[in-house]
Design a protein around this ligand. Structure first.
Ligand code: FAD
Length: 446
């Protein structure tokens, strides 16, 4: 602690139980542990010095941004130093020629979008935790979000990073060259590495054109099959789709009850789909034609103005918060071939109940990407029987145990279901090469 105080100043090393508390528990309340201290460096040199001091002392380090990660990878397990990157919150000028911006690791996703918007551009990655999740955390988790279908996830926006590796070597790839074919893409290797190889201190991000002509529709369906068929048709016919999100009636009702909202449609439908289109010219007519031509569409609510669009999005965005009101959930974010989504959605609640009779399953997700969030309430945080059932079922249908949240500690024991022994061995070799003393987030991912 004294060594760290010498580096960042005593004000930025937290040691009291009260100060440590918010850094020691994850957003869901399911994962918690004790930190020896929290250190808050203010620049990249301080990050490097903190890592050197920790290497010297043989103390492990957990990097933490907004602490909104959902797989327990950003909170300590026992005695680690939590390295909070939130003070690295400066953002450069938007480069209008290249359509790029450099942001410090501690800049929030909402702040990147605000900077882009001031320049008439848009940051393509967006998700419910936008006000707290950071650039560093989103790079470390390769966060997906609501617009992957159109723009890809974080890795697709990432031109390069500045980072300090576990062994102290530095990477500086912030020049924003779109083409630079000079060997291993170390920035993309760090993207999705969950703090196990090094600390990302800044990122160079691609921005996309800003489309202010937007239409959101919330549509009721009688079944998931009908919703998947509709999504398939819209993806084929509509150029400007930004999002196709799936919700089920019990999740929407939970959101309404938790936040005192009226039901979104006059009739209760078993399945709801929220679809957003955005373009330089008003996409409403094209969206309306596509929806009208779709078999199985029930009621529809449409929003064009910003306030009403936000109101419709709340039914989807607030799922995570509403589910948390029932106690710490098991959050299982799986990827599935689109043709198996409906079968999975129908069968998975039954499999969960057979493993844990009191469990309640809530399903929602990014339908356009084949990504379902399986949220299970009413099961003790350390009872992993439901996790086992759900993850095995996803893999049985040709899916992956993690679509976008990562592995963390939550899914570590099931990594072998999605990765071969050779792949896991290659990952271990990379880890040993870049973090030979093993101080970076030990126990996470591998
Ligand atoms: C309401 C809600 C909605 C969400 N929706 C989505 C969604 O749609 N899509 C999605 O992908 N995720 C989603 N998430 C998950 C989460 O927001 C993302 O994983 C986000 O990228 C985490 O960012 P963070 O700054 O909070 O990282 P943290 O939670 O602080 O850390 C996450 C991981 O990254 C590592 N890390 C953090 N900062 C750094 C750094 N600078 N260098 C190296 N490693 C670092 C940590 O050690 C940890 O392993 C959601 C979460 C919530 C609470």
């Amino acid at each position: 602690v004294r060594a760290l105080e010498d580096i960042v100043g005593p004000r930025h090393v937290l040691t009291s139980a009260e100060d440590l508390a918010p850094y020691e528990v994850d957003w869901t309340g399911r994962f918690r542990g004790r930190a020896s201290c929290v250190v808050r460096p203010g620049n990249t040199d301080e990050v490097a010095a903190v890592l050197a001091a920790c290497r010297e002392a043989g103390v492990a380090v957990v990097a933490q941004g907004g602490n909104t990660g959902l797989v327990g990878g950003g909170v300590p397990r026992g005695g680690e130093v939590v390295l909070s990157l939130r003070r690295l919150d400066s953002i450069g000028d938007v480069d209008l020629i290249a359509r790029q911006v450099t942001a410090g690791a501690g800049v929030t996703i909402a702040a990147v979008e605000a900077a882009a918007a001031r320049s008439g551009l848009h940051y393509a990655v967006d998700f419910g935790a936008r006000d707290s999740a950071t650039v560093g955390g989103s790079v470390a988790t390769n966060a997906g979000g609501l617009h992957v279908m159109r723009y890809g996830g974080t890795r697709e926006q990432l031109l390069g990073v500045e980072a300090v590796l576990g062994d102290g070597r530095r990477i500086t790839r912030l020049d924003g060259l779109v083409k630079d074919n000079t060997g291993y893409h170390l920035s993309h290797l760090l993207c999705g590495s969950e703090g196990t190889l090094g600390v990302v201190t800044a990122a160079r991000l691609r921005l996309v054109p800003r489309y202010d002509e937007r239409t959101v529709a919330l549509i009721g369906f009688a079944s998931v099959v009908a919703a998947v068929d509709a999504a398939t048709a819209w993806r084929r016919e509509l150029e400007y789709l930004e999002a196709i999100e799936l919700m089920l009636a019990d999740g929407v009702e939970l959101v309404c009850a938790a936040f005192d909202l009226a039901a979104p449609l006059a009739t209760r439908w078993p399945v709801y789909v929220l679809v957003e289109a955005a373009a330089a010219t008003d996409p409403s007519a094209a969206l309306a034609r596509a929806v009208e031509a779709t078999v199985g569409v029930g009621d529809v609510a449409v929003a064009v103005d910003a306030g009403r669009r936000t109101s419709l999005w709340r039914y989807r965005d607030d799922h995570t918060l509403a589910i948390n009101t029932l106690g710490p959930p098991h959050k299982l974010d799986v990827s599935l071939p689109l043709r198996h989504i409906a079968a999975f959605a129908e069968e998975v609640p039954h499999r969960v109940v057979s493993a844990a009779p009191v469990a309640r399953t809530f399903l929602f997700g990014h339908l356009g990407d084949g990504n379902l969030h399986v949220n299970i309430s009413g099961v003790a945080p350390d009872d992993e029987s439901v996790d086992d059932v759900v993850l095995r079922f996803a893999v049985e249908l040709g899916g992956s145990i993690s679509a976008e949240h990562g592995i963390g500690i939550a899914k570590r024991q099931w990594l072998h279901l999605s990765r071969s022994p050779d792949e896991i061995d290659a990952m271990r070799s990379i880890k040993r090469a870049l973090d030979p003393t093993g101080i970076m987030n030990p126990g996470v991912l591998l």
